[in-house]
Design a protein around this ligand. Structure first.
Ligand code: ATR
Length: 282
């Protein structure tokens, strides 16, 4: 009998995760047998659990909130792009070593540019949040040569740190000469206009929390994106919709695209994503 490939998604909370069904769909396309579990962990048992999983023959893990930065230190090796983002969303066993990679950024850019036909080139972009989710997408956004990228965060010092770090990387790799990456407080946002506004905070994962964003942030915005995915509009998406932003999307397409990149790393098979993306909300 052919052994099933052992995979899982780890995070906290994790009950909402749709990764198992996405990867099952990819496995069906590939004709591969997988066993995919959802595992809720805490920071204190993360390291032990991950090592046991791979020692027991596990092939790959998808990593979600809030472990994207914690997993950096437990991987034996990390990819160049995970080294730049300092965030990991996928771990896999390669010849007995635990390798860490970050497919979030490439997933986001594929969803925006290919699936949603939205160019980021020459656009002014606001990224709200300065945690692992923001780190995961910033290098890929900068690669697309936007006009500017601004990071805003409730704790401004974290936005300053991340903006400084990525602006020096942007100046080394950027295809755009007028690119900047700077930081702002929420309060200061009212003095600026953005073509694209991305919610990369963890607020949408918690219904009792509120971003306290002013609707005016969307006054010249053509695209609002919440990295979180949900069947109903999140409060951030509602706000953008009320401000008449023409395109308001959630992170479903990005989730499917990053999953497809991860599935490729685990199995060598590149899944087709179109059908799953169209099934959003079902
Ligand atoms: P992730 O891996 O999802 O990025 P994280 O590293 O814990 O998770 O970062 C969470 C992000 O959401 C942070 O930018 C956080 O802001 P702070 O740095 O000020 O904590 C942001 N965030 C979480 N709850 C928030 C809230 N109620 N209002 C505004 N920002 C919030």
């Amino acid at each position: 009998m052919v052994k099933k490939i052992k995979l899982a998604v780890i995070g906290s909370p994790i009950s909402h995760s749709r990764s198992p069904e996405i990867h099952q769909e990819f496995a069906d396309q590939a004709g591969i047998d997988i066993e995919f579990s959802k595992v809720e962990l805490s920071k204190s048992n993360l390291d032990d659990w991950v090592h046991s999983f791979f020692l027991d023959g596990g092939k790959g893990l998808s990593v979600t909130l809030p472990f994207k930065e914690d997993c950096l230190s437990l991987a034996d090796e990390i990819s160049d792009r995970a080294e730049i983002t300092k965030a990991i969303n996928v771990l896999f066993n390669s010849k007995g070593k635990i390798l860490g990679d970050c497919t979030d950024g490439v997933g986001l850019v594929k969803d925006l540019t290919i699936n949603k036909n939205q160019s980021i080139k020459e656009k002014s972009i606001l990224v709200i949040g300065a945690g692992g989710a923001s780190r995961g997408i910033l290098p890929s956004l900068l690669e697309e040569a936007p006009k500017s990228v601004v990071v805003a965060n409730r704790t401004v010092e974290k936005a300053e740190r991340i903006a400084k770090e990525f602006s020096s990387k942007a100046s080394q790799t950027s295809k755009s000469s007028n690119l900047i990456a700077s930081s702002l407080s929420f309060e200061a946002l009212k003095d600026f206009e953005f073509d694209v506004v991305i919610n990369a905070t963890s607020v949408s994962t918690n219904p009792s929390q509120n971003l306290n964003l002013d609707e005016s942030v969307f006054r010249n915005t053509s695209l609002a994106l919440d990295l979180y995915y949900s069947q109903a509009f999140t409060p951030f998406m509602d706000l953008a919709d009320r401000a008449k932003v023409p395109t308001v999307i959630d992170g479903w397409g990005m989730l499917v695209e990053q999953a497809a990149e991860s599935f490729l790393l685990w199995t060598g098979f590149k899944p087709d994503t179109a059908e799953l993306i169209a099934k959003h909300g079902e």
